[in-house]
Ligand binder design. Structure first.
Ligand code: AMP
Ligand code: ZN
Length: 468
């Protein structure tokens, strides 16, 4: 399995630190609002990475934090006249609902920054002891960036270029030794949440939380650290500096970053105001469609969001689900139980699409090509099974198709709005009406079912139905 590592800017063979295990950390959202579909991209793509690793037999320890102390949360709390905790807890709960809708598995651990303050104080103290950090007179603690010699290795930035860039910016932290130094701990402002510390009553900087939570839940060295590409600099660069300076070990072996979700070819973001929340999308589409749309592109490529592309995703997903439904329907009515005649050959031949899928996913999680392999499998199924196929073949093919879809987090079984039995009963009633030549009633039933999103097809094998 090859993964693109931002650190080396190359695709590298994935070799876990410990055989059969993967330790993975994904930077999670800052919870001050409903998540937008840009935030959903890393959730969906790295959940898919996790699922594929699990399919390959790895035991994955997957940690993803919620940043629940931050300027934006405090601002929102002040606007609403409630506590910062109330705001963050509300949006964590909402975020979890959206994640469930997108079929993103809960992490092994979802730590909260506010519950990990002790670990942060400990790491900051160690960095001070080792000479990598220093408290300024006002109680702010800074990281001594130039002391960490490898600073810039992830973002491939040169310290002197960075310094030159900084000269134009007014340096607000007058107490800093160097304009490149960044904050580990900062003093509270009036009315803000704060914690006691040896330096001042205050709160942590953003970067230190991930270094601490990653170490606590996964250990000093991990396999994969991931997030959106905007996090490469400064967030991940600073995490590396803190963790490696403190622990004296390589922090993460592979750094994975997703490309941006754009709208009209501009980054979708809250500050630009050009965003859709996941909740808004869920009013129009099943969130499976959003997931399928996200995976239709390679995770490192930019992806433009548009109504047309969502419609295309919807019809693509329908094609797959219809294929699966067809198999279920045929299986229910199959005459032969065991595979027979040429069926063994068909079964073996269909394995080629699994190999194609795996080859795509082994190549840096190329979900776009993985989806093409699934489409090919569906086409193969549709052309090679019919009312004469055995139940065994039909069920095995269903398993094969749903297993591949499941790696992408796509559930092929449709949600049951109206119970199958109810549909079946109405179909029976319609058949009886037709026998009695009561075509008005038969048409009425067809119309009723259509209203519930059920489409009837009269075939030689009998009446088939599917959900629209
Ligand atoms: P934030 O809440 O801004 O810290 O973002 C949470 C995660 O969403 C980070 O990994 C970001 O990189 C990612 N993210 C934010 N906006 C986008 C976007 N438009 N496209 C892709 N990823 C994004
Ligand atoms: Zn982080």
């Amino acid at each position: 399995m090859k993964v693109y590592n931002t650190l080396s800017r190359k695709k590298e063979e994935f070799i876990p630190l410990e055989e059969g295990k993967v330790k993975m950390y994904v930077c999670g959202p800052t919870v001050y609002n409903l998540i937008h579909i840009g935030n959903a991209r890393p959730m969906i793509v790295f959940d898919t990475v996790r699922r594929y690793m699990e399919y390959k037999g790895y035991e994955v320890n997957f940690v993803s934090n919620f940043t629940d102390v931050d300027d934006k949360i405090i601002k929102k709390a002040v606007e609403e006249g409630v506590s910062a905790q109330e705001v963050s807890q509300r949006y964590i709960a909402e975020c979890k609902k959206d994640m469930a809708g997108m079929n993103v598995k809960p992490a092994t651990t979802h730590p909260l920054a506010t519950e990990e303050i002790d670990g942060m104080l400990e790491m900051i103290s160690m960095l001070i002891e080792k000479g990598y950090a220093y408290p300024a007179a006002d109680g702010t603690v800074y990281f001594r960036t130039r002391k960490f010699e490898e600073y810039g290795k992830l973002s491939h930035k040169n310290l002197d270029d960075l310094q030159a860039g900084h000269r134009d910016i007014k340096v607000t932290g007058e107490e800093k030794e160097d304009s490149l130094d960044f904050v580990l701990w900062k003093p509270k402002k009036e009315g803000e949440p704060y914690w006691e510390s040896p330096w001042c009553q205050g709160r942590p900087g953003w970067h230190i939380e991930c270094s601490v939570m990653s170490r606590k839940y996964l250990g000093e060295e991990i396999d994969i650290h991931a997030g959106g590409e905007d996090l490469i600099f400064p967030h991940h660069e600073n995490e590396i500096a803190q963790s490696e300076a403190c622990n004296g070990k390589l922090f993460a072996k592979y750094w994975l970053h997703n490309g941006f979700l754009n709208i009209d070819n501009k980054k979708m973001s809250k500050s630009l105001g050009n965003f859709f929340t996941v909740r808004e999308i869920s009013e129009k589409y099943d969130l499976q469609v959003l997931r399928f749309f996200m995976l239709s592109a390679h995770y490192r490529s930019p992806l433009n969001f548009s109504a047309d592309l969502m419609e295309a995703a919807k019809s693509g997903l329908d094609r797959i689900c219809n294929g699966a439904e067809n198999l279920k329907h045929l299986s229910k009515n199959a005459q032969a139980a065991q595979m027979q005649g040429t069926e063994q050959g068909l079964w073996e031949e269909s394995g080629a699409f699994v190999q194609k899928f795996e080859a795509a996913m082994d190549d840096d999680f190329n979900t776009a090509d993985g989806i093409s392999a699934i489409f090919e499998l569906v086409k193969y199924i549709n052309t090679n099974v019919d009312g004469n196929s055995s139940k065994e073949l039909l069920d095995r093919l269903y398993q094969r198709l749903s297993e591949l879809c499941n790696i992408l987090g796509i559930i092929v079984e449709r949600k049951e709005e109206i119970l199958d039995e109810e549909v079946e009963k109405l179909i029976e009633e319609r058949q009886a009406a037709r026998k009695e030549k009561n075509f008005a009633r038969a048409d009425e039933i067809r119309g009723m079912l259509l209203e519930q999103g059920i489409i009837l097809e009269d075939t030689r094998e009998g009446v088939k139905w599917k959900r629209a």
